[in-house]
Design a protein around this ligand. Structure first.
Ligand code: AMP
Length: 997
């Protein structure tokens, strides 16, 4: 309050300051209604009584104070009785809210003592009155209408010679009418009124706690605190209406209902400002924006949150404002320990991941797979896990109920709260090795069982045997123990010969002619211990001098193959106790084998055409099956000589097996029949996991034209080219390379046997239900005659041009090196999911291009290492091409380190885009989305495009990879095909980026 009060207690209208805290130091504002000094001229105030006679009452006096003109009112009728002099102001307009005004007076009062005789009636005070009115009443003055406000007394009295100016402020309360008058009553003092200032107080317009409040007139006595509503500043919000109070002294106190800056904004100097780039604020609060946490993206200004950077995630329970976490790395040091072999029990232990991705909620899931070749299947319900197979917090699990003779692969996956999100983003098949999976294989193998032993060949002094194994666990090699002895019931001394072998066939020579021998074969476990059931068979050598073969070379060939793997020869002599000394029956034929005799070169393929009578070759290499053991079920294909059926082979005392049955159409010539059966003669010589297995033939039928059949193992998924076309884009490179590895292994086996296939192509590879690939089609005639892919050469044969090496086309130089060239083409077919090599180029164009050093470009998404291998297979100089052994080794290496498949060979849609076309068949732009989809063989997505509103090619051109995904194209291969095609359409090949899935 200006001026303050000194020495005089508060008048009834004055207020003590309230106890509320002032919200700021904002100056109270005074709105002036009347200021006597500021007028600077005659004020025209009314004096009363009007008729004042000798001694006038209040008078205007013009003075000069500090150089400026000043009008003051004075009265000084001391010594006069009954003074009642009034001075009334002009009408003072009131502002509607100003019910309480302050009256600040400056005045001088003369000391009564300074007057001598008259001092008895002398006064030293005067009175302040007020009167309200709705209108200016002019000169009308009625004393009775005025109410007294206060008696004004000076603090300091002016004596002679020195002038003391007093300042007093009084409050006039409860004003309610449009205006009012002030009046000063003198009752006999000597007073000079120097200044009168009338004002009211306001709380000035302000912003408190992010709410703005308008200027407000301070409340009066009845409303000491005036409640004022405000509004939040821009970008601030409040749950309740912001309010504040204006005190009588014009001060703001007690703000209620705080405003807070909206998400993305923070308070800066009574305003809300956007968060700086790299900062965020998620909720409306009084907090400052925070720096984006670890592993998040920094967005521009005003961010509400910071999204996770690629490869990092938040679990639903994670605060959206917290850091993002990565996937845990793979568990370490996975170890399997056999605890109870008999119960098929083992303990898996591992160490926690090196990198937990910043999380503590790590758990582990165990997955068990049984793998055959490259195809793995879940182990099934039977396996027991203790304590559980999922959600383990401990780093160990006990696994039981395992079968002794199978290979199990255990995958221990580290999971955390964010793993679920990563697996949603990444399909399981393409789970990168950097995810939380660690694969270890537990080779838990018992010796496999021998299921059948058969005689392959016999002479008077030798027997060639082979046998079948129940399953093919993934052990590198199985060893066999073959024991045999002469079958001689009356012998007292029996000689057992024990052979340790690495192959499932053997030729035993130097036997006695026309003699029966008993053979027992048993497979050995990985630790060398014999196990599984053994099988015993009796076979007899032919009588002295009678050879079953016309070709001695054949005997040699077969013999060396079986004996090559002889490892140890052990002879055990059992002497019967009773006849310990007897040796009377032991003949010279019981000589023991020496290892040197058995170590001969590998088995070589024998061309059945070298036989004078090809029927003999069939008999030699193929088992004759009785037609009654075969049931045809369904036609599955058309062979060169007749239909191919799926069927069942049920040989007495043997389990029935699914087979493919190739038939010979009735009416064929003997030559054609021989050609038909020659495939069996060839196939029958092979025994390899990646070569189609011959079960046998049906030849000995009266009506053989009707019944001649070749029976092979059944391959559920048929020909590889068709299979891949039907599953375009569905397999990751790793799996495709696994298929190629199988084919290469089969080809290595064939080339080791000096067999040249001449027609290696994806159409001649068969695929079974575990996706194992086997080389088939060993017909001899087809290369020369009816090959549909073939073209006539000048020498009269027919050659599958796009698969054949240039030297084989040019001068019929068919070798394993030319098979390697064909293998390169098969690699291309496989990596391109059955695409036709060289697309629609003619055979002539293909030959020309090859001679001009053109080679097929890398298929889409083909690992660089794989494409490099293809190019090696296609070297002009055949001696520089890799051999099948090299190819198997390299593919094995690639499969062992999947990282080697990560770098993708350059893919140039300008060349390779024939796959995803760039324009309609006539070269013109596509007229519709469905025409385009059809051209890239993706018609199945027509509806997806239509439903998403992508109905014109313009729409298509605007699509991003993400859009393609969003409309429901999920398979990585299809996504790429479509994306590349769009790129091709845009002709932006220079900006190709690898499509991220
Ligand atoms: P091929 O005469 O060997 O070319 O056989 C003709 C067709 O019959 C092949 O393309 C396959 O679709 C089918 N086929 C031949 N052998 C088998 C088999 N072992 N398992 C299943 N399908 C076969």
């Amino acid at each position: 309050m200006k001026g303050g009060r000194r020495g005089v207690g508060p008048s009834p209208g004055q207020q003590e300051p309230t106890s509320f805290p002032a919200v700021s130091a904002t100056q109270t504002k005074e709105e002036v209604l009347l200021d006597m000094r500021a007028i600077g001229a005659e004020l025209g105030w009314l004096t009363w009584p009007l008729d004042q006679g000798e001694k006038p009452g209040w008078e205007v006096i013009q003075r000069t104070l500090n150089g400026s003109q000043l009008y003051t009112y004075s009265v000084c009728n001391v010594g006069e009785r009954e003074q009642d002099n009034w001075l009334r102001t002009t009408f003072i307009q009131r502002r509607p809210a100003a019910s309480r005004v302050f009256v600040e007076l400056q005045f001088i009062v003369r000391d009564c003592n300074s007057f001598d005789a008259s001092s008895l009636t002398c006064k030293e005070t005067f009175n302040l009155f007020t009167s309200e009115s709705d209108a200016d009443v002019g000169t009308t003055f009625r004393k009775g209408q005025f109410k007294k406000v206060a008696t004004i007394a000076p603090d300091e009295i002016t004596s002679k010679g020195e002038m003391r100016i007093n300042t007093e402020t009084r409050v006039v309360e409860n004003l309610s009418r449009k205006g009012f008058y002030l009046a000063f009553q003198d009752i006999g003092a000597c007073v000079a009124l120097i200044s009168t200032r009338v004002y009211y107080k306001t709380c000035p317009a302000t912003v408190k706690s992010l709410a703005s409040f308008p200027e407000t007139v301070a409340g009066g006595e009845n409303q000491a605190l005036r409640e004022v509503s405000g509004a939040c500043v821009d970008n601030a919000v409040s749950e309740e209406l912001p309010r504040i109070y204006c005190t009588v002294d014009g001060e703001w106190v007690v703000p209620v209902g705080q405003c807070q800056c909206k998400p993305g904004y923070e308070e800066v100097k009574d305003a809300c400002q956007e968060c700086q780039p790299g900062f965020f604020k998620a909720v409306a609060s009084g907090d400052k924006c925070e720096l984006c946490p670890a592993n998040t993206q920094r967005l521009g200004s005003g961010a509400l949150f910071c999204p996770c950077t690629d490869g990092f995630y938040r679990a639903p329970t994670d605060p959206s404002t917290g850091p993002c976490s990565g996937l845990p790395s793979a568990p370490r040091d996975l170890v399997a320990t056999t605890t109870q072999l008999s119960a098929g029990k083992l303990l898996l232990t591992w160490g926690p991941p090196e990198d937990t991705g910043g999380r503590i909620d790590i758990t582990y899931n165990i997955e068990c797979q049984r793998c055959e070749g490259i195809v793995c299947q879940p182990c099934g319900e039977k396996i027991r896990y203790e304590p559980a197979s999922t959600g383990l917090t401990d780093t160990k699990v006990s696994v039981s109920e395992l079968d002794a003779h199978l290979n199990y692969t255990f995958i221990v996956e580290a999971h955390s709260g964010v793993s679920r999100f990563a697996s949603q983003a990444t399909p399981r098949s393409s789970r990168p090795p950097s995810t939380s999976a660690l694969t270890t294989s537990l080779h838990y193998t018992d010796p496999p069982k021998i299921t059948a032993m058969r005689l392959v060949e016999r002479t008077s002094t030798s027997l060639s045997l082979s046998w079948d194994v129940s399953s093919r666990p993934r052990v590198r090699s199985i060893r066999y123990e073959l024991t045999y002895r002469k079958k001689d019931d009356n012998l007292d001394v029996t000689t057992y010969v024990v052979l340790l072998l690495e192959k499932n066939f053997v030729q035993i020579s130097d036997l006695a002619p026309g003699t029966a021998y008993l053979f027992r074969v048993q497979a050995l476990g990985s630790d060398g211990s014999p196990g599984g059931s053994s099988i015993e068979e009796q076979f007899e050598t032919s009588s002295e001098g009678r050879l079953t073969q016309n070709n001695p070379a054949v005997i040699f060939g077969a013999a060396v193959g079986g004996a090559a793997m002889l490892f140890i020869v052990v002879v055990i002599l059992f002497l019967c106790r009773r006849r310990r000394n007897s040796n009377s029956r032991q003949g010279p034929e019981d000589t023991y084998f020496s290892s040197s005799e058995q170590l001969k070169p590998l088995k070589t393929y024998v061309d059945p055409h070298t036989y004078e009578d090809p029927n003999v070759a069939v008999l030699k290499f193929a088992t004759e099956i009785h037609p009654s053991h075969i049931t045809k079920q369904k036609v599955i294909g058309a062979g060169e000589f007749g239909e191919v059926y799926r069927g069942i082979l049920k040989v007495p005392a043997r389990k029935e097996v699914a087979v493919a049955i190739k038939t010979l159409k009735p009416g064929y010539t003997e030559k054609q029949r021989q050609d038909f059966l020659s495939e069996a003669s060839i196939m029958g010589q092979f025994s390899h996991q990646n070569i189609i297995r011959l079960e046998g033939v049906v030849t000995k039928c009266k009506d053989f034209f009707k019944h001649a059949m070749i029976v092979t193992e059944y391959m559920e998924n048929g020909a590889l080219d068709r299979y891949l076309k039907d599953h375009d884009g569905e397999f990751p490179s790793f799996q495709l390379v696994g298929m190629l590895r199988g084919i290469a292994a089969g080809m290595k086996y064939l080339s080791d046997m000096s067999y040249v296939h001449r027609d290696l192509a994806a159409r001649n590879i068969l695929v079974n239900n575990t996706l194992e690939c086997k080389v088939s089609d060993f017909g001899l005639s087809r290369v020369l005659e009816d090959e549909p892919e073939g073209t006539y050469t000048t020498s009269g044969g027919k050659i599958p041009i796009r698969w054949t090496a240039p030297e084989a086309i040019a001068y019929r130089k068919f070798t394993s090196a030319s098979d390697v060239w064909s293998f390169g083409i098969v690699m291309w077919e496989v990596m391109a999911f059955g695409e036709r090599p060289y697309w629609d180029m003619s055979n002539h164009e293909v030959m020309k291009a090859i001679n001009e050093a053109f080679r097929l470009p890398a298929p889409m998404d083909c690992p660089s290492t794989v494409y490099q291998l293809m190019l090696q297979c296609w070297l002009q100089d055949r001696s520089k091409r890799p051999r099948f052994g090299d190819i198997v080794n390299l593919l094995d290496k690639l499969l062992r380190s999947p990282d080697s498949l990560k770098t993708i060979a350059d893919f140039d849609p300008r060349i390779s885009i024939r796959l995803p076309s760039t324009s309609g068949s006539d070269g013109s732009p596509f007229r519709s989305v469905s025409e385009w989809l059809e051209s890239i063989k993706m018609s199945q997505y027509s509806e997806n495009f239509a439903c998403a509103g992508v109905v014109t090619m313009d729409h298509v051109l605007q699509m991003k990879n993400e859009d393609i995904k969003n409309i429901g194209v999920r398979l990585p291969g299809h996504l790429k095909r479509i994306a590349y095609s769009i790129l091709g359409l845009k002709d932006q090949t220079s900006t190709l980026s690898v499509f991220a899935v």
